[in-house]
Design a protein around this ligand. Structure first.
Ligand code: SAH
Length: 348
């Protein structure tokens, strides 16, 4: 089933609990029919918080002097990977700021070792690296790449995501997603819900673009203001949208997850940590009950985890990998769903 632009907009504005229940039911049925009851587990390893970009929403952007920077060593990462294999996760996701201190060969060697020693699929989320890096990592055996396009509105994108000096202004994240697809990666993208300057019209366009790009994975979470960023400090030349501004609420995030499921029935959609952050009690579960079919338990060692503060007060901040694992299994079983087996690739 596909919804028209007007229908998407009308659901985004909906406040009637009965009509919203209809949206949740439709999303949940679409999820059950297309990707089943399995919830796939992707082990997240936040391998570095160095970053050369100055994304105005992100707490670890290069301009924030208060970040205590770290870069995990090869063997430290491998220890987390071994945990993922032990916990029978299908995938490890290695995420970082855009950090050129992480060399092409470092990732290639890591990918090769993981593929040789474990049955895990390897997912990378390392920012806007040159196509030569993306190609080298694919050749080394990487399976998937995540890079959110953050917004489909090019003007808003330029304001919240300043380009690097000397970089190609035409290589937007949407271009990179197409490069990744042609290299043979499974590709994931997404947006933040309620970022300042995001209108209902823009968010509806974002959801339609998910379908247009035929994404394999789509992550959406609420925008959570980080006090040490220009976006939070209102330092940007953003148009005030008034009533047209999308709020960064829990409800709006569920609506976006549900509409994304309906528009992209076969995609893998996580119930994100940002959602679990605004409702620590049952954000994960409600995401899974309103369209999502993936969770990403955090494997990052606690000392580093506390330094990967893309936004404040992140869920699971003081937990170990074992604690996150147990908590996630409990939440999945409690809502009557099954733990995914295998790599959990997108079904076509
Ligand atoms: N350097 C990588 C990984 C970034 S972190 C990259 O840029 O792709 C992954 C995602 O976290 C980002 O794409 C963004 O959508 C989200 N994020 C960053 N800051 C956030 C904030 N303040 N609130 C909510 N989500 C945020």
């Amino acid at each position: 089933m596909s919804l028209s632009h007007t229908e998407i907009l009308s659901y985004l504005h909906e406040a009637d609990p009965k009509k919203l229940q209809k949206l949740w039911d439709l999303a949940d049925q679409t999820r059950a029919q297309n990707v089943g009851d399995e919830v796939h587990l992707r082990g997240l390893i936040e391998i570095s918080n160095y970053c050369c970009r100055s994304c105005t929403y992100c707490g670890i952007n290069a301009t924030n002097p208060n970040v205590d920077r770290y870069r995990m060593a090869f063997e430290e990462i491998m220890d987390c990977v071994k945990k993922a294999a032990l916990f029978k996760y299908g995938t490890v996701v290695m995420q970082a700021g855009e950090d050129y201190g992480i060399t092409t060969d470092f990732i290639s060697d890591l990918v090769k070792k993981i593929k040789k020693e474990t049955p895990l699929a390897v997912t990378l989320s390392l920012g806007e690296r040159p196509i030569s890096d993306l190609a080298a990592w694919k050749k080394a055996g990487a399976d998937r790449y995540l890079i959110r396009f953050e917004t489909s509105d090019p003007k808003l994108y330029d304001i919240i995501h300043p380009i690097l000096p000397n970089s190609d202004p035409n290589r937007s994240r949407i271009t990179i997603l197409k490069e990744l697809k042609s290299l043979g990666y499974e590709v994931g993208s997404g947006v933040m819900v309620g970022i300042p300057g995001q209108s209902y019209e823009t968010l509806a366009n974002d959801i339609e673009l998910f379908a247009g790009l035929d994404l394999d994975m789509i992550g959406v979470g609420p925008y959570l203001p980080h006090p040490e960023t220009p976006l939070c400090a209102n330092q940007l030349p953003l148009e005030q949208l008034g009533e047209e501004q999308v709020p960064n609420t829990e409800l709006m995030t569920y609506k976006t997850v549900a509409l994304t499921r309906i528009m992209c029935p076969q995609a893998n959609i996580p119930s994100t940590t940002a959602l679990a952050t605004i409702n620590k009690f049952q954000g994960r579960e409600l995401g899974l009950m309103r369209g999502a079919n993936v969770v990403m338990p955090n494997l990052t060692p606690p000392v580093y985890r506390q330094k990967y503060t893309i936004y404040p007060d992140k869920a699971c901040l003081n937990e170990t990998a074992d604690m996150c694992h147990g908590c996630m299994l409990g939440r999945i079983e409690k809502i009557g769903r099954k733990i995914g087996v295998g790599k959990g690739a997108r079904t076509h």
